[in-house]
Design a binder for this molecule. Structure first.
Ligand code: TRP
Ligand code: ZN
Length: 881
């Protein structure tokens, strides 16, 4: 494992490489402990580089075996090879040469899951961001594009399947039971997109005919016996390919597109050219093993990786500071894809919930950074919600500002202008300026400035003047290393909702401030006057969550209630009700500090029943509206001196009150939603299940609730219902014998299926209350659990730390200490996983003083460890700073 050198990388230090590598020929002689990697690189001195400039290649833990230039072995005086670097002090003056470098790597002992490693006996690679340098010495940076030809050799019995990027050009037998395959990828690519897979896998084959009539062979490779479980992923792939043709005019460009599912993977998936590698969690699914949420994730991630072929691969990033160029844009594309495949408003609400629960705390805490950061110590730690999710919101705002037509023209220009290049955010913004004639320089701050802007709004109505006035102010809070902030361009979609629920027409505001239903906030304060308004409207603002800001609107409660039922924008309808719930929970939590049972407004409680039974609303929408704001959401809104136990208690009382007051309605609706037909993962069917399962969560609180939830569990014919019922039992009635029975039944049925058992682990790890810590500790000893597999770790330790407010934040600090020790246990094997996990402590400063101190001690426990990896050291030091 590398230890931290404290080196900081800065955007302003970027300069092009001295040398280029137009051709890369790799040979792998695969062996579990001793794989020989021979790289034959065509190296060219860049125009403008002085002759005799040293060639310095990146490495990471490498052992050099052999080195030659133009067929002649180098003398020891001609190069210096360390595990981290290969320096050739004076390369041939002619300026172009063939460099042969042979390294020896050990896939079996590579537990970091970066570079070449083995998972369940399969060889695979992960090279983004800087994993290629763990395979061979290279200019391992995204602006060095090369054409790869890859020869794989393996023992045929061990690896009958040999895959790499591009097209398969040749296969053949070798002596001693070995065989080989040669792959050629005609598209120049950076090293982070290189991939190989070799092993014994089953597969599902299909094909796709592109818009221009080219046939593409599709393959999804999975463990033998699981081929059938790739059906949904295959279907999602074909739909993604079609969608990118229809919506962006982008066709696939190779004859083969392969996906491989592996069970040890640090992230969701990886977009290697023509050979995507996936965490099997995001490929394998059927109704018995996957929930509706799993199906939706599979669809989104398959699409995401596929869309990278254009946004990421054909046009890549100049340097890692530009990561959002491919990630933010590709997330935006996958969000839109899912919105088109499912319900647009429901998808948008789900996105906003994720943004608020993952990105807002990041942006408002010690790890805050701009969508395009200016400095980093460890790039692995910048695959964040800010780069991905806020990055997507920024692209969405560009579309809001330009309109759909100019946005599409801008994207067309982007593909035309930068195809085959390694581009920057400036390049991206420029295409939209060029097609629209707009100046996006103030807007560009969304990329450069960290922090969630706060927007406050107040309104007044003058009946005599028939004028409705909206006053809006923005402020951007200071974030680490950026004390002073500039004013942003914030596009706020809005409507003035009349008493009939329709948007009212208006006159007045100038076209620069209000354009096509959007208020463009550019100054600190705007006073927007709407004329010819006959009645006081209710202001619906930030419709569709047009800008990722925190909003506080001074608004009459009755307007909020009205909007919750009548706003024509479904997102805003959800938001209005959600704000009412959040406000009520916050004030209950404040009062709760006095030890009294909180009370909730009757109107709010009744509204839950009304929304539940409103047949004009989609099932999924109703389910989302009824799901109360999470404990962490409430904590975030409160902001400081958080006591998670008080928040938990208030939330419980509200849930109970809603259930009791609306019992008959909820019960009959629950009964009416039972479904006997064939399972389908489509959005409408999933919505129906979501609503029924949300209702179960309420009804389980009432008398007879245990029996009801147990029956729901026992009769479940799919994993969505089964897991939902198991969670309701475990969280609402942890000690009931029905719960213990259900957990056992589940375990007995699924114990050989690790991915399903991850749900069983998560459900138990997220049971509220201090006692869960002991349960989690015990589960670390469970036979199916191992700290060595990222999915297991995230299912148990990750879920405990991020989704269990009361147990993780035990007042005695035992939750934090257990967690810190788990992080330290994981770190030597897999620093990237440990660092990601450790971000769960990032909001420690907003806790009440007792817990705050305990959390700090846990962070110190980690930081005092000798020889920490750059990954974990970076997170812990920034968190403590
Ligand atoms: N580029 C991948 C994606 O977003 C992310 C990714 C997969 C990754 N594996 C990784 C990033 C390992 C860093 C390290 O689609
Ligand atoms: Zn991505």
């Amino acid at each position: 494992m590398r230890t931290d050198t404290g080196q900081v990388f800065r955007l302003e230090d970027y300069r092009p490489s001295d040398y280029l590598i137009p051709k890369t020929d790799l040979t792998f002689r695969l062996h579990p402990e001793a794989t020989v990697v021979t790289a034959e690189l065509t190296v060219v001195r860049r125009e403008g580089t002085q002759a005799r400039t040293p060639l310095i290649l990146d490495g990471d833990g490498l052992v050099l075996q052999r080195i030659e230039i133009d067929g002649v072995a180098l003398a020891v005086s001609e190069y210096v090879a360390t595990p981290e670097q290969l320096t050739i002090s004076s390369p041939p003056v002619a300026g172009e040469f063939r460099l042969v470098v042979e390294t020896l790597v050990s896939p079996s002992t590579n537990s970091a899951l970066m570079g070449l490693y083995r998972t369940s006996g399969v060889y695979c690679t992960q090279c983004e961001a800087e994993g290629f340098r763990r395979i061979t010495y290279f200019l391992d940076r995204p602006d060095v594009l090369s054409i790869y030809t890859v020869r794989l050799e393996a023992l045929k019995s061990e690896a009958p399947l040999l895959l790499s990027n591009g097209n398969r050009e040749e296969t053949g037998k070798l002596k001693g039971g070995w065989h080989y395959a040669i792959w050629h990828d005609p598209f120049p690519k950076p090293s982070y997109l290189f991939a190989l897979v070799a092993g014994d896998l089953g597969f599902m084959a299909d094909e796709f005919v592109t818009a221009s009539g080219r046939k593409v062979d599709l393959g999804i490779y999975v463990e033998h016996g699981k081929e059938r479980l790739a059906g949904y992923a295959m279907d999602a792939l074909k739909r993604s390919m079609k969608w990118d043709e229809e919506v962006y005019g982008r066709e696939y460009d190779l004859d083969i597109f392969n996906i491989v599912a592996v069970s040890d993977f640090n992230m969701g998936a990886m977009e290697n050219k023509g050979l995507n590698i996936f965490n099997d969690k995001y490929v394998l699914a059927d109704e018995n093993t996957a929930t509706d949420a799993d199906f939706a994730n599979i669809e989104a991630i398959i699409a995401h990786e596929y869309f990278h072929n254009w946004t990421g691969n054909r046009i890549t990033c100049r340097d890692w500071f530009q990561l959002c160029l491919k990630e933010g844009l590709t997330v935006f594309r996958d969000h839109e894809f899912s919105a088109d495949q499912r319900s647009r408003p429901v998808k948008r609400i789900a996105e906003v919930r994720t943004l608020r629960s993952h990105q807002f705390p990041e942006d408002q805490g010690p790890l805050a950074h701009p969508v395009r950061p200016r400095r980093y110590r460890e790039i692995n730690n910048f695959y964040t919600a800010t780069v991905y999710e806020k990055g997507s919101e920024v692209v969405r705002m560009i579309r809001t500002i330009l309109g759909a037509d100019d946005f599409r023209r801008g994207m067309d220009l982007y593909f035309e202008r930068h195809d085959g290049e390694a581009a920057t955010i400036e390049d991206f913004l420029k295409v939209f300026e060029d097609v629209s004639g707009r100046d996006l320089s103030q807007f560009a701050l969304w990329y450069h400035q960290a922090g969630t802007p706060n927007v406050t709004v107040s309104t007044s109505y003058n009946a005599a003047a028939r004028e409705f006035v909206v006053e809006i102010e923005q402020s951007v809070p200071a974030t680490p290393s950026e004390a002073r902030k500039r004013l942003m361009h914030i596009p706020l979609a809005f409507g003035l909702v009349g008493r009939d629920g329709k948007d009212m027409a208006y006159e007045g505001p100038d076209g620069a401030t209000v354009e096509n239903g959007v208020i463009h906030l550019k100054k600190r304060r705007h006073v927007v006057r709407f004329g010819n308004i006959a009645q006081r409207p209710a202001l619906s603002i930030n419709r569709g969550f047009s800008a990722p800001v925190t909003l506080s609107v001074e608004q009459r409660k009755e307007d909020r209630f009205f909007l919750a039922r009548h706003d024509s924008d479904a997102f805003s309808r959800w938001q209005a009700y959600n704000t009412l719930l959040t406000d009520a929970l916050i004030s209950a939590s404040r009062k709760g500090l006095g030890g009294k049972t909180p009370e909730f407004p009757e109107k709010l409680v009744e509204l839950a029943g009304a929304i539940a039974g409103d047949e004009t609303l989609e099932h999924a929408f109703r389910a989302l509206a009824l799901a109360l704001p999470g404990e962490a959401d409430i904590a975030r809104e409160i902001g400081k001196n958080i006591d998670p136990d008080v928040i938990f208690a208030s939330r419980q009382v509200l849930a109970e009150t809603i259930a009791r007051s609306n019992e008959d309605a909820l019960r009959s609706l629950y009964g009416s939603l039972a479904f006997k037909g064939r399972f389908s993962p489509d959005a409408a069917s999933a919505g129906r299940r979501a609503l029924r399962n949300t209702l179960l969560d309420y009804l389980a609180i009432l008398p007879g609730g245990v029996a009801l939830a147990h029956a729901h569990f026992a009769k479940a014919t799919n994993m969505t219902d089964r897991a939902a019922a198991l969670a309701v039992l475990t969280h609402r009635h942890p000690r009931a014998h029905e719960t213990i029975d259900a957990l056992k039944t589940f375990e007995r049925r699924f114990r050989s299926d690790q991915l399903v058992m991850d749900k069983w682990l998560t459900i138990q790890a997220t049971a509220p209350g201090a006692a869960t810590l002991d349960k989690v500790r015990a589960l670390t000893e469970y036979a199916g659990f191992t700290m060595h597999n990222p999915n297991r770790v995230r299912a148990l330790i990750g879920a405990f730390a991020t989704a269990n407010q009361t147990a993780f934040n035990r007042p005695d600090g035992a939750g934090y200490e257990f967690f810190a020790r788990a992080v330290l246990e994981i770190e030597p094997r897999n620093p990237q996983l440990a660092a990601r996990l450790a971000t769960a402590l990032r909001s420690w400063r907003s806790l009440e003083p007792g817990r705050r101190e305990k959390a700090r001690e846990a962070l110190l426990l980690i930081s005092r460890q000798d020889g920490l990896s750059p990954d974990l050291r970076d997170i812990v030091e920034r968190t403590l700073a």
